[in-house]
Design a protein around this ligand. Structure first.
Ligand SMILES: Cc1ncc(COP(=O)(O)O)c(C=O)c1O
Length: 269
């Protein structure tokens, strides 16, 4: 890490890995396999992070490595469309019912920047609400912690963020619906959308209240009404069909458990 700090800001390639605001020293890893991670001193760790999601089947799974090797033999990147992109996009759409289309990005920062652009383009509004303690990458609009004081200018956390970017980011309190309502009232017809970590992982581990998430959804729909059903694009209708058929399958599974099988709570999943 000492050398890393002399050649990369904070010694890292993502601001959140620097440990600067939480103290301590980042662990330098050497390799991973299955559920285990090993540091350069040979210590073994059980890894609950899973590279923040991508290692969902465990690290360096042999089947995954074989598929990567096979693909690498064809070249490492084309800078042009390829058939595998469609395959991956369809897998994501099938796995996550709320996803209608996919834009792949290289980082979470880029993904959140795209979301922000989409919100603003769709609503033709500029302001966005984020929550204290939620991190969405290092794009200007997200590096703001103050600004919840109604129409006051937000103060950026990070030098280099423009006053304009800070002013269009409003900050609410997580799990506090009233703080969102207050901002929406003070910025009537100006808020493009709300961005949050569903379960906060960037300022400790904070579980959302169910009422908070449900209430937030309702507030957003009130603020920017969803399009009427007839105008829904095909993927949304596909999602609605999926939800209906899922409910049907759940019902059937619980009504007719396989012969000789004790019914447990997991049998209805
Ligand atoms: C919820 C969330 N969004 C966005 C990001 C930014 O991702 P990246 O570091 O890949 O730019 C992070 C990174 O920690 C994150 O936790």
């Amino acid at each position: 890490m000492a050398e890393a700090r002399t050649i990369m800001p904070g010694g890292v390639s993502s601001p959140v890995r620097a440990f600067k605001s939480v103290g301590g020293e980042p662990i330098v890893f050497d390799r991973v396999k299955g559920s285990k991670a090993y540091d350069v001193d040979g210590n073994e760790y059980v890894d609950y992070v899973g590279t923040w999601g991508p290692a969902i089947v465990g690290h360096a799974d042999d089947r995954v490595l074989d598929a990567i090797k096979e693909t690498m033999d064809k070249g490492t990147s084309f800078g042009a469309p390829c058939a595998l992109e469609n395959e991956l996009a369809k897998m994501v759409i099938d796995a996550v019912p709320s996803v209608e289309m996919v834009r792949f990005t290289n980082s979470g920062t880029e993904a959140c920047m795209g979301v922000l652009r989409l919100m603003r383009a769709y609503t033709k509004r500029e302001k966005v609400i984020k929550f204290e303690g939620c991190y969405h990458g290092h794009a200007d609009s997200f590096l703001v912690a103050a600004g919840s004081g109604v129409i006051t200018l937000g103060l950026a956390d990070s030098p280099g963020v423009t006053a304009g970017a800070a002013a269009s980011t409003l900050v609410a309190k997580y799990n506090d619906l009233a703080s969102v309502e207050e901002l929406l009232k003070a910025n009537k017809d100006e808020v493009a959308g709300v961005i949050l970590e569903g379960v906060v992982g960037n300022s400790g581990f904070i579980v959302p209240d169910k009422e908070f998430l449900v209430g937030l959804r309702a507030l957003c729909d009130k603020c920017v009404p969803p399009p009427p059903a007839a105008a829904l694009p095909l993927p949304v209708r596909r999602l609605q069909r999926h939800l209906r058929s899922t409910r049907l399958r759940l019902h059937r599974a619980s009504a007719t458990p396989p012969a000789g099988t004790a019914r447990s709570s997991s049998s209805t999943r």
